[in-house]
Design a protein around this ligand. Sequence first.
Ligand SMILES: *[C@@H]1O[C@H](CO)[C@@H](O)[C@H](O)[C@H]1NC(C)=O
Ligand SMILES: *[C@@H]1O[C@H](CO)[C@@H](O)[C@H](O)[C@H]1NC(C)=O
Ligand SMILES: *[C@@H]1O[C@H](CO)[C@@H](O)[C@H](O)[C@H]1NC(C)=O
Length: 353
Amino acid sequence: MVGGAIGLVVVAVALIISNIPSETAAIRDVFPHKPAMVSPPQASTLADNDICKTLVEPQGYTCQHYQVTTEDGYTLGMQRIPAGRSGKKANKPPVLVQHGVLADAALYLVSSPEQCLPFILADNGYDVWLSNARGTACSRTHTSLSPNDEKFWDWSWVELGTYDLPAFIEGVHNQTGKKLHYVGHSLGTLMALSAFSTDFKQIDMIRSATLLSPIAYMNQIGSTLLKEITVFSLAEPTSMKNLVHLSQMIRTGTIRKYDYNTSENMKQYNQATPPAYDMSKIPKDFPLFMSYGKNDYLSDVKDVEVLLETIKDHDKDKLAVQYLENYAHMDFVMGNNTRQAVFEPLMAFIAQH
Ligand SMILES: *[C@@H]1O[C@H](CO)[C@@H](O)[C@H](O)[C@H]1NC(C)=O
Ligand SMILES: *[C@@H]1O[C@H](CO)[C@@H](O)[C@H](O)[C@H]1NC(C)=O
Ligand SMILES: *[C@@H]1O[C@H](CO)[C@@H](O)[C@H](O)[C@H]1NC(C)=O
């Protein structure tokens, strides 16, 4: 329920903005008071150790809280589940599990325990690490900025892929000394796709990547959705810049860095238009598992097909693609039969890599 609303709100905000020529004007119209941050009225308060205490330990699992610091100064919270419910210590590689926009790691932990990916992985011998992107409740400190500073919210998914993801990956690698599997949902897939098509140092620490409900190209998100959207109940804040960036992608159908204006683009990128990402640069022998659904508003089937076309030369035995007829955006995290339909095939895939 909450999950569906989260997805819809992202689309709503992005569409509102993308239908107005000047994004800056739109920001002021929609959010007059907090131009830098989009804050949900029901924001999660599960800061610091709370995810462990309220969502993991009561289910009978050990949970440890870790912090990593990004190159640009954000301190990010991670939760680790190092053993199964039986207490048996993990004997398989670490799995890093990354949430999508307007959510945090808690989203993976609120279904019935038999259907929660982190618990399923832990019970199957994996060392589970949950990451929380900047701006979420347990990742809201910075070496020099306060969340009340506009500058604190000056980022989009580009920074999540450029700084947060490497900090999580390095953090897990540092602690365990092992290469890890990556699982991302929604915007967590764009973080990975953008990072793995540009940063080959990171990819050396990754055994495989699972992309649930992948978001890359966003050209097909339809304006009919706008009518349906009246709710405004998100789980976690994000930056306005992130939503504006998503709206730029919906409007242009391209995956580029943030579009400022010609002069600022020249300053930032040394070119008038923002540089594009080329997903075909992801190493062809890098194991990828992708799962997408017919009823997914955010990860539209046609957009996923564009992504698949872009990586069509990927080694056939390193790419597994799953298409689910009745799946919507949040079903990939908290559906009724997600364990059988998605998580078990996912585990079968990563067991081979
Ligand atoms: C990982 O370890 C290296 C070497 O000790 C250190 O420089 C780096 O900051 C660590 N990274 C994280 C994210 O903890
Ligand atoms: C371009 O963007 C920069 C940074 O957002 C801003 O300071 C500047 O005023 C803008 N220039 C124009 C011509 O709009
Ligand atoms: C989940 O269960 C509900 C009610 O039992 C059903 O309507 C819905 O279609 C199911 N979802 C999926 C993805 O199977």
